[in-house]
Design a protein. Sequence first.
Length: 175
Amino acid sequence: MLHQLANINTFIFDVDGVLTNGEVLVTENGEQLRQFNIKDGYALQLAVKKGYHVAVISGAKSAGVEKRLIGLGIKDIFLGVSDKISVFRKLMQQYKLIPESLVYVGDDIPDLQVMKLVALPVCPKDAVDEIKEVSLYISPKKGGEGVARDIIEKVMKVQDKWFDESPSAHDGTSI
């Protein structure tokens, strides 16, 4: 797998079950709340800062999710998507991406077709069996518990881009 990491320049993530633990807290007024991992946030903003293309394709549709991702510097955010393969193909065309440069991190059946088209399909350790079967790397982390940090750190370390001379404590949150 190490040789594949050297060619990666794009990370694409699902949200629920990958960047979150897949649980949704529903408030009395119907708002759906998700919890993100702060270490994933650091890695995502660092990847953007270092010039990697980071995108999110998710069936989830939430203003809070969108705000979090924008705060991390992610520009290509596609929420409420029912046909992930179409969005993926548009991204490939728009940025002239090649499969050998792509990581896709997913955890469930809606991610399956896209995962079959990238060089490095990745999943958290609590992904469904069908996703584990197509993944070339199964993170030791569960969804929402650092799986994004895990794969981003591995890629950036192989490419000698992990350490930042002036690291930012800002992770897209505001006080």
